[in-house]
Design a protein around this ligand. Structure first.
Ligand SMILES: NC(=O)CC[C@H](N)C(=O)O
Length: 391
């Protein structure tokens, strides 16, 4: 049951999603109660919904899932994606077509509804997610308010006012709220069915990770590729990073506008590149490397959020099916001389990767660590770590 564009609240409704243009979707609440204002995007993944909502790159966003059944495998501690304990803030809201059912999976430790509540994610279910998705495809990702009240007392007028006044994502810095606040070592490797997480190597190249809200599976993949991993806050200075004597630096994913994050991060990123340390950037990290080299980023209309996006690897000619989560893109025409495009989205032709010809710098816009998603690009980590070993 759902209704749109209406001020009259049906008596069954315990939640509402209100777009900046005043459109109201009523539904049944789940997860946390209360209200929040954030950017609304859609994600097309059919599985891995816990990992998506736990990805700190979704801070400041409400995720509308196009797949109707969300949460029927429950939630478990091993599928957390926020690497930092203080980064337990990721997506602020969730929208789904069907109501959440009790969990039906041997891996479930809690129901999805309970997990959403524990993570302070406000959810609305029973909504026409196809109508929302079509609207985002036509007019872009709107700011929206989402509210859930068990007694159904929703102040629609106030929620409308909040949505219409909310500043857009452009210019918003969110990474510092989800990054770690002190350096820490990471030792977990890949997860296996019966073994759980593998343990990292005692020796091997040291990769220092500049944390803007890093996903745990990026760290696990580095460890499994043979690296020792130390995570430092994204606000670390160039000297803080270089004094650790890294063999490589990874610039992480993260939420918000890369240009706004770059205001404090670019000196460090530039300093590391200039010092000749091999660098890999992922998603926000890819955007930040581009900005550090003098290129530009721009806001996309609908962004890329899913687990089955085709990306062409220009160097091999192969198509990789990848996980995606970004609302900003690097303007390829602004990339400087010496930067070569390595990957391109086959959905809309946007830049999905580049490398430098004169320095050991690589960057990908997609998420080679998956979680959730296919593993076609896992080799990005092996190539990076083996370049450190031989470099
Ligand atoms: N996953 C990410 O790192 C997202 C990067 C950036 N916040 C964007 O939306 O484009």
């Amino acid at each position: 049951m759902q209704s749109t564009s209406s001020d009259s609240q049906p008596d069954w409704a315990t939640a509402a999603l209100i777009l900046a243009d005043g459109t109201v979707f009523y539904g049944t609440g789940a997860g946390a109660t209360g209200s929040a204002v954030a950017e609304l995007c859609f994600n097309t993944a059919m599985t891995g919904h816990q990992e998506i909502l736990a990805d700190p790159s979704y801070a400041g966003q409400i995720v509308c899932f196009t797949f109707p059944h969300v949460g029927n495998v429950g939630a478990n501690a091993e599928d957390e994606e926020a690497a930092s304990v203080i980064a337990r803030k990721a997506a602020v809201g969730m929208v789904s077509r069907e109501e959440i059912t009790p969990p039906a999976s041997w891996r479930a430790e809690t129901g999805f509804d309970e997990w959403l509540a524990a993570r302070e994610i406000i959810a609305i279910t029973g909504v026409d997610t196809r109508a929302i998705t079509r609207r985002i495809r036509e007019t872009g990702m709107p700011m929206a308010s989402i509210a859930h009240a068990r007694d159904g007392k929703l102040d629609i007028a106030a929620l409308k006012a909040q949505a219409s006044k909310a500043p857009p994502m452009e210019g918003v810095e969110l990474a510092s709220a989800v990054a770690c606040d002190a350096a820490n070592d990471w030792t977990d490797g890949d997860w296996g069915w019966s073994e759980g997480f593998a343990k990292g190597p005692e020796d091997g190249p040291l990769v220092v990770v500049l944390d803007y809200g890093v996903k745990a599976n990026i760290l696990r993949r580095l460890v499994s590729a043979g690296a020792r991993v130390q995570v430092v806050p994204g606000k670390a200075s160039k000297d803080d990073v270089l004094k650790l004597n890294p063999d490589g630096v990874l610039v992480s994913n993260g939420p918000g506008d890369p240009a706004a994050t770059g205001e404090y991060a670019l000196d460090t990123v530039r300093g590391v590149i200039e010092a000749g340390v091999p660098v890999l950037g992922i998603c926000l990290g890819h955007q930040m490397l581009a900005l550090a080299l003098g290129a530009k980023t721009e806001k996309m209309v609908q962004g890329h959020h899913g687990a089955n996006h085709p990306v062409k690897n220009i160097e091999t000619g192969q198509v990789e099916i990848v996980s995606m989560n970004h609302g900003f893109a690097v303007d390829r025409d602004s990339l400087p001389e010496g930067a070569v495009e390595t990957h391109v989205s086959l959905f809309d032709g946007t830049n999905c990767g580049f490398k430098l010809t004169d320095k050991p710098v690589w960057a990908v816009q997609h998420h080679p660590e998956a979680s959730p998603g296919p593993q076609d690009s896992f080799k990005v980590f092996e190539s990076f770590v083996s370049a450190l070993k031989t470099g």
